[in-house]
Design a protein around this ligand. Structure first.
Ligand code: SF4
Ligand code: SF4
Length: 186
C-alpha cells in the first residue's frame, strides 16, 4: 500500500514541477525576445565609449602632440610637407599596445583625433593590429588646389618684384646717362 502511495505522490510531484517549469517557460514565450543577433544587430554604444580611434585627417597638422602624449608610444605618423600642405604617408596606431586611455586625444590642438565607438577588431595576423587611421594617402584634392594656387601667387609676386626691380634699374640707368650727358655738355 505504501508503495502505491509513493508512486502516486511521485506522479503528482512530477506533474506539479513540470507545470511550474512550463509556467516560467510560458511567461518568457510571450515576451519580446531580448537576444541581440550580433554582429548583424548591435546594442547602442554610449557616446563616451573609448573604442578604436578615428582621425579627421583634413584637420590634422602633423604636430605629433598626440604621439608625444601617448604613454606607451603606440602612435606613429609620417607626412611630407609642401609649404603649408601635407602629403600623408601613414598615421598608425598599434592596437597590440594601446590601452584606450584617451591621453592622446586631449592635447590635440585641432581636436581631430577621437575615440570612436567601434570595438570589434579581430584578425589572425598580429601585424594587422597596427592600424592606419588615414582615410587617404598623399595630398587631398583641396590641398593640391591650394598648393597650386599658392605657387601661382608666389610666382606672380616674384615676377612683379623682378619687373619692379628691372624698371628701377632701367630708370637709374637713364638718370645716370642723363647726368653724364649734362656733364659732357657743360
Ligand atoms: S588611447 Fe592611450 S595608449 Fe592608446 S594611443 Fe591614445 S594615448 Fe596611447
Ligand atoms: S595632435 Fe592632432 S593635429 Fe597633432 S598630429 Fe595628432 S591628430 Fe594631428
Amino acid at each position: 500500500m505504501k508503495a502505491v502511495q509513493n508512486y502516486v505522490k511521485n506522479v503528482v510531484d512530477s506533474v506539479k514541477t513540470t507545470l511550474v517549469g512550463m509556467r516560467i517557460t510560458g511567461k518568457y514565450l510571450l515576451q519580446k525576445p531580448i537576444t541581440v543577433q550580433y554582429p548583424d544587430e548591435r546594442l547602442p554604444i554610449p557616446n563616451r565609449y573609448r573604442g578604436i580611434h578615428y582621425l579627421e585627417q583634413e584637420k590634422c597638422i602633423d604636430c605629433l602632440a598626440c604621439a608625444r602624449a601617448c604613454p606607451i608610444d603606440c602612435i606613429e605618423m609620417d607626412a611630407i610637407r609642401h609649404g603649408k600642405e601635407l602629403e600623408w604617408v601613414s598615421f598608425t596606431l598599434d592596437y597590440q599596445k594601446c590601452m584606450f586611455c584617451e591621453l592622446c586625444v586631449y592635447p590635440c590642438p585641432k581636436d581631430c583625433i577621437h575615440m570612436g565607438t567601434e570595438f570589434a577588431f579581430t584578425t589572425y595576423d598580429r601585424s594587422e593590429f597596427v592600424h592606419d587611421l588615414l582615410s587617404y594617402k598623399g595630398m587631398s584634392r583641396d590641398a593640391k588646389v591650394r598648393m597650386v594656387e599658392a605657387e601661382a601667387k608666389k610666382k606672380a609676386k616674384d615676377e612683379a618684384k623682378a619687373a619692379k626691380k628691372a624698371a628701377e634699374a632701367a630708370a637709374e640707368g637713364e638718370a645716370a646717362a642723363d647726368d653724364a650727358k649734362g656733364d659732357g655738355e657743360g
